[in-house]
Design a protein around this ligand. Sequence first.
Ligand SMILES: [Fe+2]
Length: 232
Amino acid sequence: MSKYFPQPKTIKINSDVELIAFQCQDTVVQLASIPPGATFELHRHPESQIGMQIAGRLEFNLNGTKEILEPFGQVYVAGSNVLHGSKNPFSETALAFDVKRITNSEEAEEAILKVSPTQDEITGFECQSVVGSWFEIVITKIPPKGIIPIRQSGNETMGIILNARLTIAVEEQQQNLKYGSVYYAPANALYGGHNPSDETVSVIEILIKPRSNFSFKDAFLKTDVVRSLTTS
Ligand SMILES: [Fe+2]
């Protein structure tokens, strides 16, 4: 099995809700389909979780605060052990993705972040993006026959194909991925691709900032403490 193209695993949450989970090294990307009337009970876990709507709306409960999440409108951030859950009081099935990961962040983060329109600096493709404490999410529209130039990032990158097909190469492996597939490019891996179809293909990319950002901050704080102890 390729680590760059993880296989889906189905997880049954309750009689209404099923998740499709993709393990990307120590991060899990999940796709959820939540039918009208279904509830995802309040729960908590040591992993930080972020997520966004792909289609339909959900009433999201973040530690007691309720917010209606719109498709590609907001990203919720539920830090380690922060209560969260959702329900679908609407008449349309809600499709969402979420990402779970141990972040070792000391703050119990709770946030609803707004998504902003932008443009890919290299290709000029239309994008939407949002930046959080340990991640960035970029949704890109790749035009028919459009090329994603080969790139190398210090961030780990996970991509979700939302429609049609997209050809993605990570290092020496290439696959023609259909909608609902996930690819994974580890930090510093070379990856790129192209849209072989005659329609615009949307892809969600989740970029995970390197952990060294956190350890650098920690080291900085510790240095400060040491300095204040030695000068007082
Ligand atoms: Fe959760």
